[in-house]
Ligand binder design. Structure first.
Ligand code: GTP
Ligand code: MG
Length: 134
């Protein structure tokens, strides 16, 4: 079945939110197929966010993602990519509704707690980039 790459960002890990966040995916009916606590290299962060290279916040974004360990996951199940994105909520936690992960656990876009792949193709790319496996 479909796989999504989901990553609890360093702020989420620092704040002790791993268990609560994993629980959201499990309650929804998605399966945790693989997970690893890891430090992201600058090179991996720059590749992962390559589409944002020209944004003024790119340097800050790479600093943020490399500021401490992340909890990287493969979440599996029917419609895993779309379902994970809807659990996660909009990019800016200030605009994300309560009930979404960003809406419940974040305050502003600089530290928005979690990443989820935006398409099945990007999920495949991200799983290869972070885990070197599929
Ligand atoms: P991801 O799931 O992390 O890819 O988020 P997204 O798909 O909802 O948003 P997008 O891919 O456009 O942006 C990637 C990440 O860049 C966001 O999750 C934020 O961490 C960061 N980001 C986006 N906009 C801003 C911004 O205006 N300022 C800062 N500092 N970071 C931003
Ligand atoms: Mg994105």
């Amino acid at each position: 079945s479909e796989k999504a790459f989901v990553m609890i960002k360093p702020d989420g890990v620092r704040r002790g939110l791993i268990g609560k966040i994993v629980n959201r995916f499990e309650e929804k009916g998605l399966t945790l197929a693989w997970a690893e606590m890891m430090n992201v290299s600058r090179e991996t962060a720059e590749t992962h966010y390559g589409h944002l290279r020209d944004k003024p916040f790119f340097g800050e974004l790479v600093d943020y993602i490399t500021s401490g360990p992340v909890f990287a996951m493969i979440v599996e199940g029917r419609g895993a990519v779309k379902n994970a994105r809807s659990l996660i909520g909009p990019t800016d936690p200030a605009a994300a509704p309560p009930g979404t992960i960003r809406g419940d656990y974040g305050l502003d876009v600089e530290e928005n707690v979690i990443h989820g792949s935006d398409s099945p193709d990007n999920a495949t790319r991200e799983i290869a980039l972070f885990f070197n496996r599929m």
